[in-house]
Structures are given as structure tokens and as C-alpha cells.
Design a protein around this ligand. Sequence first.
Ligand code: PAF
Length: 281
Amino acid sequence: MEIVHTLRDLRLRLAGEGLVGLVPTMGSLHDGHLALVKEASDHASCVVTSIFVNRLQFGPGEDFDRYPRDLEADTKRLASAGCQVVFAPTESEMYPIPQRYHVEPPPLQNDLEGAVRPGHFRGVCTVVLKLFHMVQPQVAIFGKKDYQQWTLLKEMVESLALPIRMIPGETIRAEDGLALSSRNAYLSSDERAEAPQLYLTLKRISSAIHAGNVSDHKLIIEQEAQALGQRGWHVDYLTLRSQHALSEPQAAERELVILAAARLGSTRLLDNLECFRSAVP
Ligand code: PAF
């Protein structure tokens, strides 16, 4: 496995490579990322993992400065996961001139995560488009853990006719159900013990919807959000959407996803669960 820090070295290393697969990350890699790398190696002959903590997608007062960074540990993990090239640009390599051109995503950028983190998806889409130009992959893998990000990026690729096959990666969970995330490192031990409640909440809502015994999903979601509040969570959103474009679900819609973001202390956790309505009311 080779580690490159500049665009020039990246281009030299990738010259003549066949099918290149890209796994974009911000580092602090856990088993969820490694699963994406393994998935990529099923679709590409050369897997590139990028590691770059992208200032553009962090708002003022967010955790850009304290975001965990450990390139040495990350590269060790990647070597054993089947990655061929690590692209770890510096800030000045990624943004040699002030980034004044941006990708402007559709209005979904201001909903859910975007309502709490204005400008976040503009920063994400801009850096991902830039990474696509730098690496020129034929295949790119993104985790469904960040479902809204996945939805927006998939549309970006389609809408801008980028010659890239987008592959979703399933969310990897700890044994107790907590979705793996670099931000889990911020949790105290009490918070870590409480954290799986978010997934349990999603599972309860999903089972009720799947069983078809919910005439008004809003009611059960409201009750579950209140229950989380009583346990000490601050719920930013807990909502049911259509898997397609994350729009408000129509009555006949069957492919749904429950999305949640909630804070435990100062740590904000995201999770989601696809769910299928078996009987349409
Ligand atoms: O999901 C992430 O880690 C980031 O948003 C991404 C896609 C690497 C862009 O910085």
C-alpha cells in the first residue's frame, strides 16, 4: 500500500491502473470504513482511500479542530483491509487557492442535517466533486450511515453526468446496535451505555410500520422522540421519509427510511433504518 500526499504523486501512482475505486473518508477509521474498503475491492482493481478533514463542511463552533486525526493508525488499518493507495492531501494541496467555486446542492441540503448544519452539504459535495476530479475513479463507495449525504451525492453524480458508479455501503454496528462513527469516541462511558437506545428506537418504529399496525406514523414517532427526551437525549429530528429523495412519504409509499439525529451530552449521533411498509393502509 502506498501513501501519497500530493495530486502529482497520486496521478503518477494511478497512471495505467485499470478500475479505480474511491472510498472518501475524513480518517479516524473504524470497522465501518474498513467494510467500505472491502466492498470497494469487490468492484475495483485498485482501491484508493482518501483521508482529509474537510474544513468546508464544518460550521463555526463545530468540531473541526477537535475532530480526531491519526494518520499512522489509519494507514495501518487500511493496509490490512485491501486498500492499495491512501491519498492524504494537506489543506494547501486540497485548497491551494481559496475555494470560491462551490457545488450548490438541491433544497434537500437545507433539510434534516442541513437545517442544523447550514452549508454542510455544500462543503461535502464540493470536496467530493473535487476528490472525484483528483482521483478519477470509476466506482465510489459511501456509507448509508450518512443517508442524506448518500442521497445528495448520488443525485450529484447523476445530475452532472459523472462517469462514476455509486455503491452504497451498509451501516456497521457494534454488538449492542450502536452505529459505528468516529464521533463515538467523544462519548463518556455512561453516554456510551445509553447510546444504543437510538437504534432500538428506530427498530421499534420500523417494526410497527412494517407490521402495518400504525395508522398515523407521526404519533408513534412523537412518542418515541419524547421517550428519548425523558432519557436525557436532545432530539434534533426523528422522522420517516421516502427512500427516494427523502421526500415526505405518500400514503402508498412502501420504501421508507427512518432518520434520526440526537445529542447525548455534547455528542451528536446520527442513525437511520430503511423500513418497508408491507401493507399500505
Ligand atoms: O462522510 C464523510 O466522512 C465526509 O463527509 C466525506 C464524504 C469524506 C467528505 O468529506
